[in-house]
Design a protein around this ligand. Structure first.
Ligand code: ADP
Ligand code: ASP
Ligand code: MG
Length: 406
């Protein structure tokens, strides 16, 4: 008998028939003698629909009210799933974020969980009730509704699992597990049996949306095993866990792509000490996350300076950077949102030279121009034209033979 948190994503609860399937799966785990806590996302497409609705009314919506709107998708799915469980004769009860309560900070639309009391959930379990908890939403100290960022139900599930000391958190989704790259982009992608927290953290933060980055952080900090698997079959999926001896020692574990960034370039900036701080300071003050930064070698005292930001921050970044560009004497500001960041990730890269060379050669062979590069011990990222994303992912997957058994 175990205490299991089962999280079901949007596609898995995308229709009434699928919600009934989820209810059957939850009941089965319960009937096998386990205590089950369920976390659900909004039905597929619902969060996008709500965001669009709000933005049609107000192009820059009040972030607090926006969170009230977009969190409603999960209110519907927890109630529908609880109803399905009740109809099957299982005791169940829906919990919205404020009823747990999932306490967060005040960073609306990207709130961080600060505390989850385990009392109400344990109480429900003690009474033989299956708690069905709304993913993605939280509540501030002042009682305002927040959301945890796109894909945030994963984080709700793992954070809740840690708070109630669950044995495992199962993430049920529309793929069979974590693959060497997005199987919807590369049909040759191979399912991985185990991935270390460290690698999964990199893969998630570099665009593998199968798990939200923060849920992996929680898993890593609390040593919570996360099992990513399909809600459409009973196959074993992928275990996210501490690095161990049984893990395959490939140099490269996976390839990711992130199509949510945009590039800002200041052309012909006089190259003198302090320009980086002058350019990037205002963005930092407005909590705009700057990711990759490239400053060209200066010629005749001038340089081009580029950086990437989240695409949704581009209008704000542009507004901030234009006066700064005039102030530092740049010739022009250019922006591009048709870029993609493609990365290769693997803890085995630490001790292996020549991987970067192979990445650059592979892309060159396909005629793909690299606009920016960044590396760390366990990843290499390049920014390219978005048009070539699929081509780059597939070419790199082939070059590193990730479809082959080790
Ligand atoms: P859910 O609604 O269940 O949370 P998501 O759409 O958020 O599902 O995440 C699952 C999707 O993640 C898959 O359909 C797949 O396209 C994408 N994905 C990206 N990278 C990977 C990867 N390395 N392995 C598996 N899926 C991936
Ligand atoms: N419904 C939210 C979203 O679409 C949260 C989630 O699915 O995890 O981002
Ligand atoms: Mg998701």
């Amino acid at each position: 008998m175990a205490l299991i948190v089962q999280k079901f994503g949007g596609t898995s609860v995308g229709s009434l028939e699928r919600i009934k399937n989820v209810a059957r799966r939850v009941a089965k785990a319960r009937d096998a003698g386990n205590d089950v806590v369920v976390v659900v996302s909004a039905m597929a497409g619902e969060t996008d629909r709500l965001l669009k609705l709000a933005k049609e009314l107000s192009p820059m919506p009040d972030p607090r009210e926006l969170d009230v709107v977009v969190s409603t998708g999960e209110q519907v799915s927890v109630a529908l799933l609880s109803m399905a469980l009740l109809d099957m004769g299982c005791k169940a009860r829906s919990f919205l974020g404020f009823q747990v309560p999932m306490q967060t900070d005040e960073a609306f639309s990207k709130a961080r969980i600060v505390r989850i009391p385990n009392g109400p959930i344990h109480q429900a379990l003690h009474e033989g009730v299956i708690p069905v908890v709304a993913g993605f939403q939280g509540i501030t100290k002042e009682g305002r509704i927040t959301t945890l960022g796109r894909g945030g139900s994963d984080t709700t599930a793992v954070a809740l699992g840690c708070a109630i000391a669950a044995d495992v958190v199962e993430i049920y989704t529309d793929v069979d597990g974590v693959y060497t790259t997005d199987p919807n982009i590369c049909p040759k992608a191979k399912k991985l049996a185990k991935v270390s927290y460290e690698e999964m953290l990199e893969m998630a933060s570099l665009g593998a949306k199968v798990l939200q980055t923060r849920c992996v952080e929680f898993g890593m900090n609390y040593g919570m095993p996360i099992h990513v698997r399909s809600s459409f079959n009973d196959e074993e999926g992928t275990w996210i866990m501490k690095e161990d001896e049984s893990m395959e020692r490939e140099h490269v574990t996976g390839i990711t792509c992130d199509r949510k960034e945009a590039k800002v370039t200041l052309k012909k900036v006089p190259d003198r000490p302090g320009i980086a701080a002058a350019i990037l300071g205002p963005a930092a003050e407005r909590a705009i996350n700057v990711d990759m930064i490239v400053q060209n070698v200066s010629t005749e005292g001038f340089t081009d300076f580029s950086f990437t930001v989240n695409r949704s921050d581009l209008p704000c970044a542009k507004e901030l950077i234009e006066p700064v560009a005039r102030q530092v004497g740049a010739e022009a500001v250019e922006t591009a949102d048709s870029i993609a960041k493609v990365s290769i990730v693997g803890v085995g890269m630490r001790s292996h030279a020549g991987i970067a060379k192979k990445v650059f050669e592979t892309l060159a062979k396909e005629g793909i121009n690299i606009q920016m590069i960044s590396t760390s011990e366990i990843k290499i990222s390049v920014v390219i034209d978005d048009r070539y994303t699929e081509l780059a992912v597939r070419a790199l997957h082939d070059a590193f033979e990730l479809d082959k058994e080790p």
